[in-house]
Design a protein around this ligand. Structure first.
Ligand SMILES: [Fe+2]
Ligand SMILES: [Fe+2]
Length: 149
């Protein structure tokens, strides 16, 4: 893969992770239960780290790292305010689930890219995080964690 194409694709992942980051920040505000809040906060920190590690990679290959978000926030949070007031924690988790399906799809494609080893390593590590996130969100939805107080 040409370096310029790789940089564009990495920047696209950065925008996606930035979007995930802001969505998780919103969800953290509505979650009161301590264990769930702590886990969601760790995932938020993962996305923050994804953004910074990918940005460093882009810079190391001579590119300029994107600071924008991809415009999928509506998908990720489905209109955050309405969801929060109507559906509380369940709605927030469903919104995260929708978003994580998108991040997982994008990262699953990214690990197939023909790119240098240092880039590949980062993509694989990030993808492993995203898989952990979606598994957790799915089990939280399955267990109806919002009913357990
Ligand atoms: Fe991420
Ligand atoms: Fe994630």
């Amino acid at each position: 893969m040409e370096t310029n194409e790789m940089i564009d694709k990495l920047n696209s992942l950065i925008r996606l992770d930035n979007d995930a980051l802001s969505s998780y920040n919103k969800v953290i505000e509505v979650i009161e239960e301590a264990t769930l809040k702590a886990e969601i906060t760790r995932f938020r920190d993962d996305h923050k780290r994804h953004v910074s590690v990918l940005s460093e990679l882009v810079k190391s290959y001579g590119g300029e790292a994107s600071t924008e978000q991809k415009d999928i926030r509506r998908l990720f949070l489905g209109g955050a305010t309405a969801l929060q007031s109507l559906f509380g924690v369940e709605g927030a988790l469903k919104a995260l689930h929708t978003g994580e399906k998108i991040t997982n799809k994008n990262y699953s494609e990214s690990v197939q890219w023909d790119v240098p080893e240092d880039v590949k390593t980062v993509l694989k590590e990030n993808y492993a995080d995203e898989q952990r996130h979606i598994r957790f969100v799915e089990s939280a939805l399955r267990d109806k964690v919002w009913e357990k107080r």
